[in-house]
Structure formats: structure tokens, C-alpha cells
Design a protein around this ligand. Structure first.
Ligand SMILES: [Zn+2]
Ligand SMILES: [Zn+2]
Ligand SMILES: [Zn+2]
Length: 222
């Protein structure tokens, strides 16, 4: 790393740009559901609980930050989760409301091609995945691993009881067991919900120095 400063700007993407925030594009983003990089070792329900109030933390942001010199970190993403409870930021004590995870992969891996992803939008809109490529289910509310299934329809997946209850109130009580495939029918696209932070793409640009880094050298002088 050259030691320069990079700035991230949060920009809304709109429905037509949602594909840029999917895992295959190695996005940096704020809010919405996490676009997981690796599929092994994802943080589970207990790792994502706030250390203060024990509620699930919400995905806050992820930064794609590969280490070019490190073969084992050809892809590297940092994930930050934050408790939704404002009071948790004022309480002292161990186990805070924030937590961070790192995920990294070598260039040759089981999930992504070795070549960079296409910069063209896909021909068909890709809904946010309900499952990892491995088949493991993701929570319908927060997009974190969802090993808990709705007891009635056995199809809706959740990280834990809080999000199962939230989704039930938000409408799963009406769609549950209505037949068809929960992966593909009325609620195919998991929408935004009050648990998630608003979603933005992070565009990263090098900082423009206001003054030359070495002020003893004036590039303007003849
Ligand atoms: Zn909390
Ligand atoms: Zn969840
Ligand atoms: Zn159900």
C-alpha cells in the first residue's frame, strides 16, 4: 500500500443498480443485507448478538479491501455489524454494540471465477439470494445465516426467534403455508424492513491532496 488516503462516498443505487451490491461484484456498501464473500465460517446468531442487550446486531457496512501481496487475501472483505438500540452505545462494560468480521479468499477458490466480474448488468434482475451457493439458508429478515425454519411452513428461514417474530408480524402470518415455493412466490424478493439500515453503495476514491504532501516542493513553481 502506498499509504495514501482513500475516501468512501455512500451513493444510492436504485433498483437498476442492485446487482452491483451482490457478492459476485465484491461490493463495498452500507446497509441492507450483507453480501457475504466466503461462505465458510460465517458469524452465527450468538456472534451477532449485541453484547449489551443481546438483540441481533444489524449489518452496518462492508468494505472490499483485498491485499494484493497476499495470496490468501486476494479477496478480502471487512464486515461491521451494529446494534439498533441507541441505549447500548451509552452503557459501559465489556461486549459492546459493534462487532467486525473479516473474510478472505485466495484467487482460486470454490465460489468465484478467477477473472474479474463483468461490469455489465445481468440480463435478468437477480433477486437478493435467500441461500448461499452451498445451499445454506439465510435469514429472511437480516441476511445472516438462518438455520431456524418456520415451524409451520418449514420454508422461511431465520437467524433466531427475534427475526422469526418480526417477519411473522410483517406479513409471514398471511403468506405462511399458502402453498407454492417460498423461495419463488409472493415474497421472492426479500424487501427492505425496519431492522435493516438504508442501503448505499460505497464508491471509493483516493483523497485529492489539498496541498502537496511535501510542502517544501511546490509543483506550481517554475
Ligand atoms: Zn444492543
Ligand atoms: Zn435475522
Ligand atoms: Zn411459515
Amino acid at each position: 500500500m502506498a499509504g495514501g488516503v482513500e475516501l468512501g462516498f455512500a451513493e444510492p443505487v436504485g433498483p437498476g443498480g442492485a446487482w452491483r451490491l451482490r457478492s459476485a461484484q465484491f461490493p463495498s456498501k452500507v446497509g441492507g443485507r450483507p453480501a457475504w464473500l466466503g461462505e465458510a465460517g460465517l458469524p452465527g446468531f450468538d456472534a451477532l448478538r449485541c453484547g449489551r442487550c443481546l438483540q441481533p446486531r444489524a449489518f452496518l457496512l462492508q468494505l472490499y479491501a483485498p491485499l494484493p501481496g497476499r495470496p490468501d487475501a486476494f479477496h478480502r472483505t471487512l464486515f461491521v455489524f451494529a446494534c439498533r438500540g441507541a441505549a447500548c452505545y451509552r452503557l459501559p462494560g465489556p461486549g459492546g454494540p459493534l462487532c467486525a468480521f473479516r473474510s478472505q479468499l485466495p484467487r482460486r477458490n470454490a465460489t468465484y471465477p478467477e477473472e474479474p466480474p463483468s461490469e455489465e448488468p445481468p440480463p435478468l434482475p437477480e433477486p437478493f439470494p435467500r441461500r448461499l451457493r452451498s445451499g445454506a439458508a439465510l435469514c429472511r429478515v437480516c441476511g445472516c445465516p438462518g438455520p431456524r425454519a418456520c415451524g409451520r411452513c418449514r420454508r422461511a428461514a431465520y437467524c433466531g426467534p427475534e427475526h422469526q417474530a418480526l417477519d411473522w408480524r410483517r406479513g409471514h402470518r398471511r403468506s405462511c403455508g399458502r402453498g407454492g415455493d417460498a423461495d419463488a412466490t409472493d415474497d421472492a424478493e426479500p424487501d427492505h424492513n425496519e431492522f435493516l439500515f438504508p442501503e448505499y453503495e460505497i464508491l471509493i476514491e483516493p483523497e485529492e491532496p489539498e496541498f502537496p504532501a511535501d510542502s517544501s516542493v511546490d509543483p506550481e513553481s517554475p
